[in-house]
Structure formats: structure tokens, C-alpha cells
Write a protein that binds this ligand. Structure first.
Ligand code: UDP
Length: 448
């Protein structure tokens, strides 16, 4: 598509959670390169950290009704409901101001699907609105399936292995037991939020950070079900490779440490920005990683291990012999480093995409929600990883690391990961499916 002479403005409404912020900023970067001006509406406390790397974007604060840290205290459902209830008025005010400044030229509001309060302002000011789903297409399918379920019946079915093993729709291998309800609080409340999120209301399109080579059957299902255009234009972190929207400071010293390791010898361990790990599990991980005798780079966010200020001396000693610990890593750089041979991940969607794009096979240890779904895809659909199920014990950890980094099994997974990597890279190149989807989205927005 040709660059547009007069820059039309797109307003982005991200939620300030790392796994959502990254793809939203990457989308902004991709649309900016297509010639759109970008405004990001973000809570006041995240303004500085999110704006520092985007000099071309306009950042507009909205009064924070509730900080994202409250998610741990309130639980995801209550947090989202409160956030949406209390942000509607300040967002309307913000859009009114923007329209005055921009001479009414806002092409569209694109909001993270969790920030559904955005719709009220769009309706009031008659602005087009598009939903951005930062998770997988299969997660979208699941949320839609869940939104139609009767909570009471589903709770009974959960106890019945036959019901749980039934395939969802014609979406083999997706089964009812895979539906992402874990760790989401009481089922009835979670289904209620699913119903709110899937209600596309006046939205005219849906953007998903995925590629058709990863999830073609889920995308076909969504295309039929939604009745509005679906744009699968991921993985956005390749399209907008230079974007850095890290909310935490990255410790670059781990790259120097990686430079000293042998090719494909290191297991990189990180559980994303939200997961919490019990002290007992951290210690079993430390022993298992050390006993595997492979070098390891381990991200331990201080908030992820409440009750554990530092590793006990004995554990610290064995860890420092083979391992390197940081509080937050430059993950894409780490995964792209030749020394990294495997990724032990919680299987957040971004981490999943980032690992596959670098051809790095995974050990999966999902914690909540859609992470288990992603882990199922990694292990059973794409066959590029293995799952650790049940308790994390040192013997289990040691075996998993060896299977991935030393055994033939791991080499085969790496080969398959490389095939997928090539397909993903082809999808964002000229003529590829994600490249075309981004082009179509830009044309679509230009006409709005
Ligand atoms: N990430 C990072 N450094 C780290 C750990 C994670 O930059 O040490 C980034 C990672 O690259 C990914 C995001 O944080 O883009 C985590 O998103 P994901 O969807 O994987 O998990 P979430 O944090 O939402 O659970």
C-alpha cells in the first residue's frame, strides 16, 4: 500500500500488562510505518515507561481508576470489571479532547479486547472501533465457546472424563478439558466476563496477533462465526522488530554471559510478567537445573517469589556454578542468541511466538488460563516442546532439560521449530499471509 499523504490518526487503548502492551505497541509501530499517526491512551503511572521508546507517538494519559497491580488482589474478573466500569467516563473525556485537537480526524479506535469500556466513547462520538486480541486465535475460539456454556452444567461435566474428552466443535484436537478456565476465579464469574469480552458490539473488525500457518482451523472457525473481518497479522514482534515496550528494566549483562556459552547449550527459564512461584518450587527448580549440568539463564522477578528474598546459601552456590540469574531479560535477544538451546516457559502467547520465531523448542510449565492451551499446542499440535505436569521436582526438571538439550528427541523438536520459524518469517515477508493481512487492515482503516 502507498503511504498516505495526510496522516490519519489511530487511537490505541492498551492494558498496561506486559504481555498485552508489547503486541499493542508493535501494532502501533506497524501502522505508523503504513503512514498512520498513533495516539496511545494509557494510565498515568505507565506513561513514562511506555512513551520513552516511541518518539513518533503521541501519549495521552487517562486518570487511572485502578492500578494493574490490583489484579493480584482482586483476581482477574473483579479487576477487569472494576477497571472497565471506572474508566469509561475519563476515556470519553479524553476522546472529546483529542477530537478537538485533531480536527475530528480520528480514523479508528483500536482497543485491547479487555478494555471494552472504549466502546462507549466510540459510540458517543461515532468513531469506528476495532478489537485487538493479543492472545491466540484458539483462545478466542475457546472464550467464545465458554461464553455460550451453562456454568452449572459445565461444572458437572468437569467431573466427567468422557465429557471432558469431547472435541470442541470440529476443532480437533481442542477438547473441553483444554478450555482455559484455570486460575480465573469462580467459573460463573469467569463465564460472565467471557460473555462481555466476546460481545463485539459495534466493533467492525478483529485483529489477532497470530499467523494462519499456526492456527488455520481456529481462524476459519472465527471467520465463519464473527461475521466481521478478522486480520491475523502476527507475529507482530517480527513486523515491528525495533520496538521496545518493556515496562521493566532489562538486564543486558546476561548477553555477555551468553556470549561465553557453547552453541545451543543454554536453557533459558522465564515465566513472564505475572506468574507467582512457591519457594519450594523455586528450590526444586534450582536443584534440577543444576543437576542437569547444562548452563541456564534464569529470570526471577522479585515479585514472582513472595516470601523468598534470596536463595539459601547452599542453593546459591550450586546455582552460580552453572547458572546466571537476572530480574528481567531482553527476551527476544536472548532467544535469538546462538547459545540458547531451549526455553522453559509458562507459555504466555508472546513467549510462545517469540520462541518459535527463533526456532527454540520449549519446556512448558503453564500456570493459568490460556497458557495451558498454548502448552497443548506446543506439545501436541506443533510438536516443538514437552510439558512438565504435576509437581515440579528436581528429578523431573533434570530429565526435562536433558530431553530437550541433550537427547535426540530435543534435536527433532528443534528441527520442527526451525520449519515453523521459516514459515512464520515467510508469512510476514512480502506476499505472505500476515504481510497481506496488515496491508488489508491498513487499507481498511484508511477508508474509515
Ligand atoms: N519478557 C521480557 N523479559 C523477561 C521476561 C519476559 O522482555 O525477562 C517479555 C516477553 O518477551 C514477552 C512478555 O514479556 O513479550 C511476556 O508476555 P507473555 O504473553 O509471554 O506472558 P505474560 O507476561 O503475559 O504472562
Amino acid at each position: 500500500m502507498e503511504k498516505i499523504a495526510e496522516k490519519r490518526r489511530i487511537v490505541l487503548v492498551p492494558i498496561a500488562l506486559q504481555g498485552h502492551m508489547n503486541p499493542m505497541m508493535q501494532l502501533g509501530q506497524a501502522l505508523n510505518l503504513k503512514g498512520f499517526a498513533i495516539t496511545v491512551v494509557v494510565g498515568e503511572s505507565n506513561l513514562v515507561s511506555s512513551s520513552k521508546d516511541f518518539p513518533d507517538f503521541q501519549f495521552v494519559p487517562i486518570q487511572e481508576s485502578i492500578p494493574v497491580s490490583q489484579i493480584q488482589i482482586l483476581g482477574p474478573v473483579e479487576f477487569l470489571k472494576k477497571l472497565n466500569r471506572t474508566s469509561e467516563a475519563s476515556f470519553k473525556e479524553c476522546i472529546a479532547q483529542l477530537l478537538l485537537q485533531q480536527g475530528n480526524d480520528i480514523a479508528c479506535i483500536i482497543y485491547d479486547e479487555l478494555m471494552y469500556f472504549s466502546e462507549a466513547a466510540a459510540t458517543e462520538f461515532k468513531l469506528p472501533i476495532v478489537i485487538f486480541s493479543t492472545a491466540s486465535a484458539t483462545n478466542q475460539v475457546c472464550v467464545r465457546v465458554l461464553s455460550k456454556l451453562d456454568a452449572k452444567k459445565f461444572l458437572i461435566d468437569i467431573e466427567d472424563p468422557e465429557e471432558q474428552d469431547k472435541v470442541v466443535g470440529n476443532l480437533h484436537p481442542l477438547r473441553y478439558k483444554h478450555l482455559p478456565t484455570w486460575g480465573m476465579g469462580p467459573l460463573e464469574q469467569f463465564l460472565e466476563i467471557c460473555r462481555i469480552v466476546v460481545n463485539k458490539r459495534t466493533a467492525s473488525a478483529v485483529i489477532i496477533n497470530t499467523a494462519s500457518c499456526l492456527e488455520s482451523s481456529s481462524l476459519s472457525w472465527l471467520n465463519q462465526e464473527l461475521g466481521i473481518p478478522v486480520f491475523p497479522l502476527g507475529p507482530l514482534h517480527i513486523t515491528a522488530a525495533s520496538t521496545n515496550s518493556s515496562l521493566l528494566e532489562e538486564d543486558m549483562s546476561c548477553i555477555e554471559w551468553l556470549n561465553k556459552q557453547k552453541p545451543r547449550s543454554v536453557i533459558y527459564v522465564s515465566f513472564g510478567s505475572k506468574a507467582h512461584i512457591e519457594t519450594k518450587e523455586v528450590l526444586e527448580m534450582a536443584w534440577g537445573l543444576s543437576n542437569s549440568n547444562q548452563p541456564f539463564l534464569w529470570v526471577i522477578r522479585p515479585e514472582s517469589t513472595p516470601g523468598l528474598e534470596s536463595l539459601p546459601e547452599e542453593v546459591s552456590k550450586i546455582v552460580s556454578a552453572k547458572g546466571y540469574i537476572v530480574k528481567w531479560a531482553p527476551q527476544n535477544e536472548v532467544l535469538g542468541h546462538p547459545a540458547v538451546g531451549g526455553f522453559w516457559s509458562h507459555c504466555g502467547w508472546n513467549s510462545t511466538l517469540e520462541s518459535i520465531v527463533e526456532g527454540v523448542p520449549l519446556i512448558c510449565r503453564p500456570f493459568t488460563g490460556e497458557q495451558k492451551l498454548n502448552a497443548m499446542y506446543i506439545e501436541s499440535v506443533w510438536s516443538v516442546g514437552i510439558q512438565i505436569e504435576g509437581k515440579v521436582e528436581r528429578g523431573v526438571v533434570e530429565r526435562a532439560v536433558k530431553r530437550l538439550l541433550v537427547d535426540e528427541e530435543g534435536a527433532c523438536m528443534r528441527e520442527r521449530a526451525h520449519v515453523l520459524k521459516d514459515k512464520l518469517k515467510a508469512s510476514v515477508r512480502s506476499g505472505g499471509s500476515s504481510y497481506n493481512a496488515l496491508d488489508e487492515l491498513a487499507n481498511y482503516l484508511e477508508k474509515k
